[in-house]
Design a protein around this ligand. Sequence first.
Ligand SMILES: Cc1cc2nc3c(=O)[nH]c(=O)nc-3n(C[C@H](O)[C@H](O)[C@H](O)COP(=O)(O)OP(=O)(O)OC[C@H]3O[C@@H](n4cnc5c(N)ncnc54)[C@H](O)[C@@H]3O)c2cc1C
Length: 501
Amino acid sequence: MADYDAVVIGAGLGGITSASLLAKNGMKTLILEQSDLVGGCCSTFESQGYKFDVGASIVEIVHPMDKFFALMGRKREDYIELLPCDPIYSFVTQDGRRFSYPTDIEATTRVIESIAPEDVEGWKRFSKLGLEMVDEMMDAMMTSPMNTLGEVAAMAAKNPKVARYLPLLVRNHQSVVRSYYKNPIILGSVAFQSYFAGAPPELGSGIFGFIALSEHLGIYYPRGGMISIPQGMLKAGREHGLEVRTGCKVERLILDGRRARGVILEDGSEITADVVISNVNAKVTYLKMVGPENLPGWAVRAIDSYRLSMPCPMIYVGLDKKPDLDAHHTVVSGSIEEMNRVWNLYYTKGVIPRTAMSLICWPTEADPSLAPEGRHILNFLCNAPAPYAPLGDNWDRLKDWYREEAVRELERTVMPDVRDHIDYLEVSTPLDFERRLLSPQGAIYGLFSDLTSLALFRPHARSRVIRGLYLTGSSTHLGGGVPTTIASGIITSNYVLKDRG
Ligand SMILES: Cc1cc2nc3c(=O)[nH]c(=O)nc-3n(C[C@H](O)[C@H](O)[C@H](O)COP(=O)(O)OP(=O)(O)OC[C@H]3O[C@@H](n4cnc5c(N)ncnc54)[C@H](O)[C@@H]3O)c2cc1C
């Protein structure tokens, strides 16, 4: 008899969601996490009295989290306190113009009118369609399995209204937003969200163009930092008997032919299980933990053909005064052309982009308890994204230079006196990110998400080649993001429960 019904590798959001739901359904379940913290990219670490978020800085669509707690027989409010953030963003354009988008749609109309009256009609069309879409598609699109054409067809048959949005999936992000807006400043403010799905506007799916609308339904920051999300979810899982071991790295799967039987840890010990769920990058899962020698040739070629998602350096800043900002997120925005140019420079030439777009997150606006009394935190994505292997150099050597670049960029854009008020400054390069989370090449969203690697074209949640192996998290359908990886965990647990009958 196996030690556990299910072993889950990795306590990211996908792993925690699926493990908790299996525990709730009576399966003896264990999560193994290599780091000392849970949550993976959605986590928070403490240093010198400051609590910095590792990666994710906001929750945009709460629906999958609420669905998770409902499936657990619990209420989200009893486990996680979400603080609304309004305005959604403050923008700083390359020529120093500043404006903000509030949550309220009418108030946003007035902001757009003050910048580009010609785009008000486009905004009205965009928000009308976006609201209908969110209403009609949210549950169907987010938590239905889409591993096969049959499953996609079944989802569409069950939700006939979804069919009208399918063309958006196969158009690119920039063509969708350009069909609503003309002004370059407005276009810049609705195009950078394609990076939230891990691709530039010319390669990202047009459906992600509507992220800019879904944000108006509310964006939230969890009290206590982003780690409060995985911690709150785990609490609900533990109440149903879920076990978690941190500081426990999995090296390999135990295989019996092409059947998963458990895992082998770094220290050589074995844990057997009927089901193994991997929340680790799909390329690592198949090519390292299973091993190419245990896979058919076509599967090795298929998994090898996926590109990793982008890496992204992060700068963690502690300040001894309140910054001159007016929103949780400030976006230093550029044009669509600049967003594509930066991507091509970085992806094809390995050049670290300069004077591009940045995202400045100010979490102590929502929750002052994250910093010592009177102090503040900025989590800064400077000139994001950037290459894993900078041309002719290496991130360990570039770290000091990059730190200085980041400070100069903050001085240039939002805080001219920042240098005099820095109390803490640390850079997490793509190499640091890889070391911290064992994420290959510092990939922040698992695998690249262009039009050819979505839904059934992404690695399947139920492995097609290793029986008893399931995948969850950002490498699988729906891709990277807090709501999407929670949704992926729901989909994966449904497969496991269905297969156990
Ligand atoms: C910089 C950055 C900013 C982001 N901003 C946002 C945002 O604002 N809003 C949003 O919605 N999303 C955001 N995201 C995306 C979101 O955080 C992630 O997509 C999501 O949290 C990933 O969840 P996951 O289930 O894929 O697991 P991951 O977070 O990838 O976690 C995987 C876990 O597996 C563990 N692990 C790896 N190898 C092993 C092993 N061998 N043995 C045991 N454990 C192992 C890792 O330590 C990790 O804890 C951001 C991500 C980053 C990196």
